[in-house]
Design a protein around this ligand. Structure first.
Ligand code: GLN
Length: 534
């Protein structure tokens, strides 16, 4: 029998519902097959076109579906690879209902939110559980209880419990316990009100996770338990932590696993010792290195969430503390660059689109190449490294046609067979693709294997007409697509660490297994800082 854990949030957004759900998933994933599902209330079919400043990073799954950052948490914590069907949006629900209605599937009936939309949602959840043979389906409902756009998900969840039985469906609710300035004590009222909103919808939470800057006191736990109709043991502090990876430990210490085991008749006994060891190593690291993250959306760290996480994953393995310096390349030029990158031991130019800040990025790459500062280019960071090399080493008036369609040397371009598709609205190359690595390359030594697979999200490529010329001038093309047409990895040999990839290896990095290119960068940066100290 499949079990369902439904995670909702109350009071305000941004409390870390994704992390809470991912942590619950992790605690059960050693003993059971946990399949996470995220339900978003918005009417976009997927977040692919949403502005990352507003919505955070676009995360790409193996199958190429564009989803939101929460999938990054799920995959990193639960050690699973999700499919696009695990993300449901109201856009998808309405689109499908509309198509069915036009096809005449409803046989003349009035198509209604209840039961048609709610049944559609409920059957989607059950369908995913069946097709993936899940022991536990973990459903995160986006937004905050009371938001109009998530009502249908809540109604579907209520129905799910009625249909599948109480012993198979439980509710976990994340809330907020503020400590108002001046009052200086924990306040439970917002939690009470948020649970009351849930109860009005026929949902009775089994476990409450009050987020608070400190552990919730026994007295407040008692109060919450009394007003919200749960036991005191079912009130589990979601305390602020300096690393999200501590949350599974925080939950485990307070007995969350036992609570869920009893409620759903499960027998999970998670062993978090390896996880704990890595977190301790991260904390104990005293040595500090600074990596500059050079981009356009530096105003919002969430737009580069996976890049930041991938750097953090290296800390325990390389025994350093990584400080990230955010560099907005819109305000960088030849004059200011040395000052801007002073004290920096490594640089990343991450993925991006469009022209803002692009000359600054090229300048940053030039500086890293010439001053021998470790450099990692991700997607746009590879394309711009090739443009920089073409301009300053090969002396070409080169550009990417993404920015200058009439450039005399279109060294980054859309491949001819994709151009027609582009005219029809443009297609991104999305999802996992394999690459073959050159045996004696840096890329090979980092991955320790000849065939690798990473996820992609791009439209442009290194123009095949320039491959041999680039190599003639000393750029190593160290990884290509199996048919040899697409450049996947480039590097420089007369440099301590200069490597770039057309892919986004940050999307597959985890605390237990950091992405090799990131670990290589952190190690190179550490070596440099040790040399400077001597
Ligand atoms: N803008 C570039 C392209 O479309 C790079 C995309 C990216 O960095 N994700 O190919």
């Amino acid at each position: 029998m499949t079990k369902y854990i439904v995670v909702t949030g109350g009071v305000l957004s941004g409390l870390g519902k994704g992390i809470a759900a991912a942590s619950i998933g992790q605690l059960f994933s050693q003993d059971y097959k946990v399949v996470p599902i995220k339900c978003d209330g918005y009417l976009n079919v997927d977040p692919g076109t949403m502005n990352p400043v507003e919505h955070g990073e676009v995360f790409v799954l193996e199958d190429g579906t564009e989803v939101d950052m929460d999938f990054g948490h799920y995959e990193r914590f639960i050690n699973t690879s999700c499919t696009g069907r695990q993300n449901l949006t109201m856009g998808k629900v309405f689109h499908e209902l509309y198509l069915r209605e036009r096809e005449g599937d409803y046989l003349g009936k009035t198509v209604q939110f209840v039961p048609h939309a709610t049944n559609y949602i409920l059957n989607w959840w059950k369908g995913i559980g069946e097709e993936q043979e899940a022991d536990i389906v973990l459903i995160e409902i986006g937004g905050t209880v009371g938001d109009m756009e998530n009502e249908l998900y809540l109604e579907a969840a209520r129905r799910l419990q009625a249909k599948e039985g109480k012993e198979n469906v439980m509710f976990v609710h994340l809330t907020y316990v503020p400590i108002p300035a001046g009052v200086n004590e924990q306040k439970s009222k917002p939690t009470q009100q948020s649970v009351s909103l849930l109860m009005q919808r026929g949902i009775y939470p089994d476990i409450l996770l009050p987020r608070c800057s400190e552990m919730v006191t026994p007295a407040i736990k008692r109060k919450i338990a009394m007003f919200c109709n749960v036991s005191e043991q079912a009130v589990i502090s979601a305390i602020d932590v300096d690393s999200v990876y501590k949350i599974p430990l925080v939950f485990q210490e307070q007995g969350l696993v036992e609570q869920i085991n009893v409620r759903l008749q499960l027998y999970a006994r998670p062993d978090l010792s390896e996880w704990e060891k890595l977190i301790d190593a991260q904390e104990e690291a005293v040595k500090e290195i600074t990596i500059a993250l050079c981009g356009k959306y530096t105003a919002l760290e969430d737009s580069y969430a996976s890049v930041v996480e991938a750097l953090k994953h290296c800390e325990a393995h390389e025994k350093v503390h990584v400080v990230i310096k955010w560099v907005d390349t819109e305000h960088i030029d030849e004059e200011s660059i040395a000052a801007e990158l002073k004290g920096v031991q490594g640089v990343i130019v991450p993925g991006g689109f469009g022209s803002r800040g692009i000359e600054g990025k090229i300048e940053v790459i030039r500086y890293c190449r010439e001053q021998k500062i470790p450099y990692l280019g991700l997607c746009y960071g590879l394309q711009l490294a090739v443009v920089e090399f073409a301009r300053h080493v090969m002396g070409l008036d080169a550009h990417t046609t993404e920015i200058d369609a009439d450039t005399p040397e279109p060294i980054i371009d859309i491949l001819p067979d994709k151009k027609d598709l582009h005219n029809l609205g443009g297609t991104l190359r999305l999802g996992a693709y394999p690459a073959l690595l050159e045996k004696n390359s840096l890329a090979f030594s980092l991955y320790q294997q000849a065939e690798v697979s990473e996820r992609h999200r791009h439209r442009y490529e290194v123009n095949p007409a320039y491959h041999s010329l680039l190599e003639k001038y000393g750029l190593t093309i160290s990884g290509k697509s199996p048919d040899g047409r697409l450049v996947e990895f480039i590097e420089l040999s007369d440099h301590p660490y200069f490597i770039a990839t057309q892919a986004h290896p940050e999307l597959k990095s985890s605390l237990l297994h950091p992405a090799p290119l990131f670990q290589g960068l952190v190690k190179a940066a550490k070596d440099i800082s040790e040399k400077t100290l001597k």
